[in-house]
Design a protein around this ligand. Sequence first.
Ligand code: S3P
Length: 418
Amino acid sequence: MPGDKSISHRALMLSAIAEGKSLIRGFLEGEDTLATLAAFNAMGVQTERTEPGRLSVQGVGLHGLSPPSRALDLGNSGTAMRLMAGLLAGQRFDSELRGDPSLSQRPMGRIVDPLRRMGAKLQCVGTGCTPPLYIAGGQELVGIRYQMPVASAQIKSCLLLAGLYAGGEMQVIEPAPSRDHTERMLEQFGYPTHCSTSAVSVQGQGRLFATSVQVPADLSSAAFFMVGAAIAPGSDLLLRSVGVNPTRTGVIEILRRMGADIALLNQRSGRAEPTADIRVRGARLHGIWIEPLWVPLAIDEFPALFLAAACAEGQTIVTGAAELRVKESDRIEAMAKGLRALGIRARSTADGMIIDGGTLHGGVVDSQGDHRVAMAFAMAALRSSDPVNILDCANIATSYPQFLEHARSVGLDVASRP
Ligand code: S3P
């Protein structure tokens, strides 16, 4: 499995602003994280790729970044844009963050509003506050107490990174737990955080110290193969050293509740992030109500989970998942449309979907340029009577460049055409 995307972004960002040389192992070399790498290189951070997935980063310290000579292009990556906006809001220089057509439609007001309350100066486009983002440097930031309207690790992490540059304490309060990789990694870089069940805070103007980071395999990428193995009768798949941080493992819990046969072997606590080998065997799945409580803990796994629901007996109901509408695509519509094209009764609702499990025939589905929608539909072919043709798949390379190769190695008959 490829390295974890969220953790790779953070490892790079914190290494860049730490003092000394950090070593990152298991770094995801996907388009999203390579965009972050290019952005830091453009701000004077020297990095060396000593072998695949192994990166040494010469940190420049909290105030050592240099002004980029042009706009930073973050491609498809919402994580890169939102986290870097927080980090750049505290610099002495101006910057501009841009993205591809998908990222250019994603809402940035969720970070721009609280950053402005901290004293940052940012501009975005139109009433939807979409990219490009223009960030004016040289502002004095102050820590605030911010109650997030949605459970979002991107908002939380953006504000914590801005908080490193702020005077006083920055406190972020979450309506429900979201992934806590930033908090864990700040600690790993020697930067104290204070975490309670619903709040996290940092004191500004501290220092980060270089360290070595082992990035675990990405559970979100593993999820496609977990669902693939769960829906394919007779399969037995072992996925090694996958990150099983409890703020990410909703997918395991949800699939188990649907009847999946999943075992976690070799569980290790790791320095910052726990890992395990995940064994999945084919099983009969049944529909369930996925409670809103589980949504932030499995937020990126819904394309795969919707497919699992389509292959389950009975009905699956998802509620409280409106955030899926503002991901790389509107994942509720993209998945509902695609499942219907393959013969499944799938009705989208404002904040989720109602899916009746059934029989998949083949057909043409549009991934809407969304890597996770494309990979979920590739797995649909394991249960479809005829081939599934998936359009607009190039963005699979943003998170999982070896996906086709890995899919073939476990028996999928899959090919790509430009
Ligand atoms: C991410 C957080 C999630 C997730 C995204 C990665 C992160 O977004 O969907 O793919 O690395 O912090 P939200 O925090 O907006 O839910």
